[in-house]
Design a protein around this ligand. Structure first.
Ligand SMILES: CC(=O)N[C@@H](CCC[C@H](N)C(=O)O)C(=O)O
Length: 374
């Protein structure tokens, strides 16, 4: 397969990153491309900013699904690439531009190389939040076209092109977003004794949160509590009346997620008493762990190991989250990492994946899907 087309598509998509459920230009671009393909076996249905694409099989006994996420991140791109993001403050810094172009590569191949089984491609919005997989699963379209097995990949900056990595069972963590609001009493910077300063309370809370993983979670059961954003106050000489912490919780076990939340709630209550303020916690979107079907993951690893030019790593689980976990909860399947060899990692403004990986993925997956359909 000539990958130039899909590199161009990746670059086009890279220029128009959009946040969750606002992927209007992305959806229009994808539909425009899909409309240019032979239509005899294609069925296309939209859901919000997502798209379901079915390729009807010649003699179907099952449906093989493939999911690509389509949203970008609120990051100002720092790559300086000639095809860098045209959307100020937004970037495809998690490789979803790759995921989409690979999916289009697979669709383009299978509309001209029909197989017996049906294929279902799911272009899913809002993976970075608030989550599009769970609501997409509940749609009538998904119920009607539900796949019997499902596959997804995620780019992996740390591996060279030609490498894929996955494992049986748990691959990605359980996640929960975390938003904590603190409201005290503002006032003049020179009269702190007349106020309840929420910058000081927020700093104390961030420090206390560091003890949750180190003191309250079984060291053999990994967890993460990250605060990625703090806001509070207005100007330098006014004591802040309000502050907000935004973060994420990751745990390998469901039990630890409950324990971490219990401890966060206790610490926040302590801040409320100690700093005389009002507090509230919102857990935002929660993602179910990505748990690969053992048999299918084993079979895929064995298949990939037989391919020339593919190195397979049986990797450890990661603390990343993915709402593809909800799909795997209902449908047997697996996710794998695709090596893209970037000096900068996921969610970094200078992420610059090697586009040769697009061809690697399309070649590997066309062959694997053909093998699964025989
Ligand atoms: C692969 C990846 O990077 N996924 C995201 C998913 C984010 C889920 C949610 N917004 C959260 O922060 O908990 C990740 O950050 O792992």
């Amino acid at each position: 397969m000539d990958s130039t087309t899909f590199i161009k598509i990746r670059r086009d998509l890279h220029q128009i990153p959009e946040l969750g459920f606002k992927e209007f230009k992305t959806q229009a671009y994808l539909i425009d491309y899909l409309s240019s393909l032979p239509q005899d076996t294609l069925e296309i249905k939209t859901w919000k900013t997502g798209i379901f694409v079915r390729i009807k099989g010649r003699n179907p006994k099952k449906t093989i699904g493939y999911r690509a996420d389509i949203d970008g991140l609120p990051i100002t791109e720092g790559t300086g690439l000639e095809f860098k993001s045209l959307h100020e403050g937004q970037m495809h810094a998690c490789g979803h531009d790759f995921h989409m172009s690979i999916a289009l590569g697979l669709i383009s191949y299978f509309v001209t190389h029909p197989i017996d089984d049906h294929l279902l491609f799911i272009f899913q919005p809002a993976e970075e939040g608030p989550g599009g997989a769970e609501p997409m699963l509940k749609t009538d379209i998904m119920q009607e076209w539900k796949p019997d097995m499902i596959i997804a990949l995620h780019i992996a900056p740390e591996y060279p092109v030609g490498t894929i990595a996955t494992k049986e069972g748990l691959l990605f963590a359980n996640t929960s977003e975390l938003f904590i609001d603190l409201v005290g009493k503002g006032g003049h910077a020179a009269y702190p004794h007349q106020t309840n300063d929420m910058v000081v309370a927020a700093c104390a809370l961030v420090n206390q949160l560091q003890s949750v993983v180190s003191r309250n979670v079984d060291p053999l059961d990994s967890a993460v509590v990250t605060i990625g954003k703090i806001t509070g106050g207005t100007v330098q000489n006014i004591i802040a009346e309000a502050a907000r912490l935004e973060g994420t919780i990751r745990t390998l076990s469901v039990e630890s997620m409950a324990r971490v939340k219990e401890r966060i709630e206790a610490l926040v209550k302590g801040i409320e008493v100690g700093y005389q303020c009002k507090t509230s916690i919102d857990y935002g979107a929660m993602y179910h762990q990505v748990y690969n079907n053992e048999e299918l993951a084993r079979d895929f690893i064995a298949f990939a190991e037989e391919r020339e030019n593919i190195d397979v790593i049986v990797c450890k689980e990661a603390m990343t989250g993915e709402d593809f976990g909800y799909m795997l909860k209902q449908i047997p399947g697996f996710m794998f990492w695709l090596g893209v060899n970037s000096d900068h990692g996921l969610h970094h403004a200078k992420l610059d994946p090697d586009e040769d990986a697009i061809k690697t993925a399309i070649n590997l997956l066309t062959k694997y899907i053909e093998y699964k359909s025989n």
